[in-house]
Design a protein around this ligand. Structure first.
Ligand SMILES: NC(=O)c1ccc[n+]([C@@H]2O[C@H](COP(=O)([O-])OP(=O)(O)OC[C@H]3O[C@@H](n4cnc5c(N)ncnc54)[C@H](OP(=O)(O)O)[C@@H]3O)[C@@H](O)[C@H]2O)c1
Length: 303
C-alpha cells in the first residue's frame, strides 16, 4: 500500500487531521493540500502522519491539478459555505478530473442529506449543489454519511445533554432513533473507504443508533444519577423556532454552524428524515465503533 498516494484537502481541520492519521496507520502516503498562508507545519496530526505538505491555491487550476496528479483518490474534508463547499470543492474536483484521478470523497460527513428536503438544512443544500456539479463525471465519488459527530455529546454545551441538571433534551418523540459516530471512527472508516476501489456513491454508517431515552438511560448508568428526559416542544415548534432565530440574526448567515443551522440539524434528526439506513457499518470489519457509554465514562474519569 506504500505506493498509494492520497491527496487530502482540509487536512489542517478537525476531521481532516484525523483522516491523515487514519490513512497513515493503514500505510497510505498522504499529500496534504494546504492553502497558501496556512501554517500546516505545526498541525500535530500532519506531523505524526508524515504527510507531504503541498501548498496550493484553489484558484490556480493548473497548479491544483499538478498537486493531485498521481494520487489514487482525492479526499475533501473542507468546511465552509458556498465559496468552499460549492466553489472550492468544484475547483478541486475539476483538478482531479484534469489529472485523471479516478476517485473523490466529498466533504459530506453528515446525516442523510440525500433524504432531507431542500430548504430544511442550509448546509445540506450546498452539498447537494456540489453533487449536481459532479454527477456526470467519470471521476467516481463516494460520500460518507455518518450522522452527528458523537464527540459533541460530551461537550459542556452539548446539544442534547445537560450534565449539570442531569437532563436529556428532545423534540417530538424520545424514542426516535438518532445516529452518532465519533470523528475518529468516521476518519478510520473514510481511510478504509479510500482503499476500497469498489466503494459505492454513498456509504452510510452510524457508530451509535440511539434514542433520547437511550441517552438518558446510559448517562444514568454511567454517572449513577437519574437523567430526566425533557421535552423541548414538537417538531413544528422547533421548525417555528428555527424560522424566528434565523430571521432575527441575519448576520449569522455568514457562519458555517450558526445556532439556526444546529437547530436544523436537530430537526433533521428528530424528524427521522436524516436517519441513515441501511447501514454499511460492517463493510470494513477492522473498523470498530466507539460507544456513547465509553465517551461518557471517559468524561466521568476526567471530571
Ligand atoms: N456530522 C457532524 O456532526 C459534523 C460536525 C462538524 C463538522 N462536520 C463536517 O466535517 C467536515 C470537516 O469539518 P471540520 O470540523 O473538520 O472543519 P474544520 O476543522 O473547520 O477544518 C476546515 C478545513 O477546511 C479548510 N478550508 C476552509 N476554508 C477553505 C477555503 N476557502 N479554501 C480551502 N480550504 C479551506 C481549512 O483550511 P485552513 O486551515 O487553511 O483554514 C481546514 O483545513 C465538514 O464537511 C463539516 O461539515 C460534520
Amino acid at each position: 500500500m506504500a505506493d498509494k498516494i492520497i491527496a487530502l484537502a482540509g487536512a489542517t481541520g478537525e476531521l481532516g487531521g484525523r483522516i491523515a492519521t487514519a490513512l497513515a496507520k493503514r500505510g497510505v502516503s498522504v499529500r496534504a493540500l494546504v492553502r497558501v498562508g496556512t501554517c500546516a507545519e505545526s498541525t500535530p496530526s500532519l506531523r505524526r502522519s508524515n504527510a507531504e505538505l503541498c501548498q496550493v491555491s484553489f484558484d490556480d487550476a493548473a497548479g491544483l491539478s499538478e498537486a493531485v496528479a498521481g494520487s489514487s483518490c482525492v479526499v475533501s474534508a473542507l468546511s465552509g459555505l458556498q465559496e468552499v463547499i460549492v466553489v472550492a470543492q468544484t475547483q478541486l474536483f475539476r483538478a482531479a478530473e484534469a489529472a485523471r484521478v479516478p476517485r473523490f470523497i466529498p466533504s459530506d460527513f453528515s446525516c442523510d442529506l440525500t433524504r432531507v428536503p431542500r430548504g430544511e438544512n442550509r448546509n445540506f443544500d450546498l452539498r447537494r449543489a456540489f453533487h449536481r456539479e459532479i454527477a456526470t463525471s467519470s471521476v467516481r465519488a463516494t460520500s460518507i454519511l455518518n450522522g452527528a459527530f458523537a464527540d459533541m455529546l460530551t461537550w459542556k454545551r452539548s446539544p442534547l445533554y445537560d450534565f449539570a441538571r442531569h437532563q436529556v433534551m428532545y423534540w417530538g418523540s424520545p424514542d426516535q432513533s438518532l445516529d452518532f459516530t465519533t470523528m475518529d471512527d468516521v476518519a478510520d472508516f473514510t481511510a478504509a473507504a479510500v482503499m476500497d476501489p469498489s466503494s459505492p456513491r454513498f456509504l452510510r454508517i452510524s457508530g451509535n443508533s440511539v434514542s433520547a431515552r437511550d441517552l438518558a438511560t446510559t448517562a444514568s448508568e454511567v454517572f449513577g444519577v437519574p437523567y430526566e428526559l425533557v421535552l423541548q416542544g414538537s417538531l413544528d415548534d422547533l421548525a417555528d423556532r428555527i424560522r424566528t432565530v434565523r430571521a432575527s440574526e441575519p448576520a449569522s448567515e455568514a457562519s458555517v454552524f450558526p445556532p439556526f443551522q444546529g437547530m436544523q440539524y436537530l430537526h433533521n434528526m428528530f424528524s427521522g428524515k436524516g436517519k441513515l439506513e441501511p447501514l454499511d457499518n460492517d463493510r470494513y470489519p477492522d473498523v470498530r465503533w466507539t460507544t456513547i457509554r465509553s465517551l461518557l465514562e471517559q468524561k466521568k474519569d476526567h471530571a
